[in-house]
Write a protein that binds this ligand. Structure first.
Ligand SMILES: Cc1cc2nc3c(=O)[nH]c(=O)nc-3n(C[C@H](O)[C@H](O)[C@H](O)COP(=O)(O)OP(=O)(O)OC[C@H]3O[C@@H](n4cnc5c(N)ncnc54)[C@H](O)[C@@H]3O)c2cc1C
Length: 595
């Protein structure tokens, strides 16, 4: 079974030439994140994850996490040890603010690290991922005292975090939740209710678990307007920072799942547990929005990461497996490695191109989040925020759909052996399947894109976004050769995206179902065009580097960037036009059909 080799060249190339790490590193607070330091950091981190986490991936799938009669949960053999090494090495802290012990690196760097971590072991990666969401929530909305008590230990990874939204009757419709919070005399609250599907709700990796729980205070308005957010630690924290009494929260059971078996997905019972209100009552939903972009970006990165891992395995198998004789095969009369066959090469290049496209989108998304936070110019901060708003549902929706599709292709490359668990490639497909479901289903992402994001600034935000893509198409056209051909195809993609967007902006006001029926095909269309944008940006840079000093990349690597962009632009991007009829159809057939 193939291990994991961090794709350091493509990560570095994407950070430096699709996003602009050097410019980001020139901004106040990020001076230490110069490209050379970042490349070294990601090299080290990638090696750590490949050596410590990747070998446990299959074992986690086979062994699962287990709940015991005393309600404790143990993760698979070796997980706790590997996690402690990760904490000891200081990796969890890299992207968080220095005042809480973090490394203060841009989110872009954190995103690349998250890709490496998730490729190595998605089941284990979910513990830091949920902790990151909880840290983000406390950073934005916690009181100074709350931040002081919880953040330092969460930033180091000594304590983990969870997000407790879902209840049996409240999934996508978070506003239907019924967990109650009543005030206690000492200013704290008592939380009672049941949450389901809570990732790493209980485990043996950390000393304490900081649950963030959505609940309703007495007389809260119905729906999402009446949701409040509470900190409910597994162990209460004494004034001197030591751990105190066990809180009244426990894991009642863990789910038997299709994939990510190492990750304990818990049913959690809160039985009058001590909780501390974050911010104001009934503002929980507003607070959730402050962390949504980073959480959704992270789940989009899961699609990228798992596709990358499966791709590496598919390439290795394609070189190893011999079947048939490829037309024009050189030497002897024996069978060719299947990598010689055109159809297998089509599968591999389809994977490679989509992976590099979504890597570009995810990193552009992270860069926009960084710029929105730290750029000294308020107008540029606002523009970056709009860009992050538009890119986030695309990264999450298209990225996680691709996670499933690309891991499926990896199985196909393996033939029958792909369907056999022993090769391990089926695990990637099973693991990838959750990502389009959680952190807002992809249907909800698509509705967010057409329902909220297209209307930003009266359509001005999406118009600016598409203009940026058009500018790249023009630049590519001037570059000549295959880059120019990619640019011409991208210009056509821009025309299609403008047409689809204009139709939605014109037809949504008359019937919201015009937008909602179009949402999923529109998100895919936008994903394909945005992916081609990222690849074309890369191809322009690669061609320029090829003509100069190479920027530390091999000529083969740079030539491959152009091949990949040309393939995507000329063979995948045309699918965008094919999606237009579905975008512009309206909901008539959907509601005429009977089920
Ligand atoms: C392994 C795993 C881990 C999870 N981890 C966590 C966690 O840590 N914390 C947490 O709080 N939750 C977690 N979840 C819950 C997850 O976020 C929800 O499953 C998800 O939000 C979808 O909710 P649901 O399952 O109730 O599906 P539903 O909301 O019932 O959706 C079913 C289908 O209907 C569609 N749909 C629903 N409403 C609409 C609408 N208004 N318009 C159009 N289509 C709609 C959906 O897109 C979906 O296709 C996890 C789930 C799993 C399986």
């Amino acid at each position: 079974m193939a291990g994991y080799v961090p794709p350091l060249d493509d990560i570095r190339f994407t950070m430096e030439h699709v996003t602009d790490l050097a410019t980001l590193a020139a901004l106040p607070g990020f001076e230490h994140a110069d490209p050379e330091t970042v490349a070294g950091l990601l090299d080290e981190a990638g090696r750590f994850f490949a050596e410590q986490f990747a070998p446990l991936n299959r074992l986690g799938d086979v062994q699962h996490s287990h709940r015991h009669p005393d309600a404790s949960v143990t993760t698979p053999d070796g997980f706790a040890k590997a996690y402690h090494r990760y904490v000891d090495a200081g990796w969890p802290a890299v992207p968080f603010p220095p005042e809480f012990g973090g490394g203060g690196f841009p989110w872009l760097v954190g995103t690349a690290m998250q890709e490496e971590l998730t490729s190595a072991n998605m089941g284990l990666s979910l513990c830091p991922l949920l902790t990151q969401g909880a840290i983000d929530m406390l950073l934005h909305n916690g009181s100074e005292a709350q931040r002081e008590v919880y953040l330092p230990k969460m930033v180091t990874g000594e304590w983990s975090g969870t997000m407790n939204l879902t209840e049996p009757q409240a999934g996508s419709d978070v506003g239907a939740l019924t967990t109650r919070a009543v005030p206690a005399d000492d200013g704290s609250w008592r939380i009672t209710g049941q949450k389901i599907f809570i990732t790493y709700g209980e485990h043996d990796l950390t000393d304490n678990i900081v649950h963030l729980v959505l609940a309703r205070v007495p007389d809260a308005p119905p729906g999402t307007r009446g949701i409040s957010c509470f900190i409910v630690p597994k162990f209460l924290v004494n004034d001197d920072g030591t751990l105190g009494a066990r809180n009244a929260v426990e894991c009642v059971s863990i789910e038997d799942k299709m994939g990510i078996n190492a990750s304990p997905t818990c049913v959690m019972a809160y039985d009058g547990a001590v909780g501390y209100l974050i911010g104001e009552p009934n503002q929980g939903m507003r607070y959730m929005f402050t962390m949504m972009n980073t959480a959704r970006l992270s789940v989009g990165v899961e699609g990228l990461a798992i596709a990358e891992r499966a791709y590496q395995q598919a390439v290795a198998y394609a070189h190893e497996r011999r079947q048939g004789r490829a037309p024009g095969a050189s030497g002897g009369s024996g069978e060719s490695a299947i990598v010689e066959h055109a159809d297998v090469r089509r599968m591999l290049l389809t994977m490679k191109a989509h992976i590099e496209a979504i890597r570009g989108i995810a990193y552009l998304n992270a860069e926009a989040i960084d710029l929105a936070k730290v750029h000294p110019d308020a107008a540029l901060r606002a523009a970056a925020h709009e860009r992050a708003e538009i890119l986030t549902p695309i990264t999450k929706g298209w990225g996680t759909d691709l996670g499933v599709e690309m891991t499926s292709i990896a199985i196909q490359v393996h033939g029958g052996m792909g369907y056999i668990e022993e090769t391990g490639v089926a695990q990637h497909y099973r693991d990838a399947r959750i990502a389009p479901i959680y952190e807002g289903t992809n249907g909800i992402q698509a509705m967010d894109l057409v329902g909220r994001k297209l209307g930003l600034r009266g359509g001005g935000a999406i118009a600016d976004f598409v203009d940026s893509i058009a500018a790249t198409a023009e630049e590519a056209s001037a570059a000549g050769g295959d880059v120019a051909l990619a640019g011409a195809a991208l210009a056509e993609g821009v025309t299609v995206l403008r047409e689809a967007t204009a139709w939605l902006l014109a037809n949504t006001p008359s019937d919201p179902n015009n937008a909602f029926a179009a949402a999923t095909p529109y998100l895919r269309l936008a994903g394909i065009v945005t992916g081609a944008w990222a690849l074309t940006k890369g191809a322009i840079a690669a061609a320029a580097l090829r003509a100069s000093d190479g920027g530390g990349f091999s000529t083969e690597f740079l030539d491959q960037k152009v091949v990949t962009a040309h393939f995507f632009a000329t063979q995948v991007l045309p699918q965008a036009r094919g999606l237009l009829p579905a975008v512009m159809a309206g909901p008539a057939d959907l509601f005429a059909a009977t089920f």
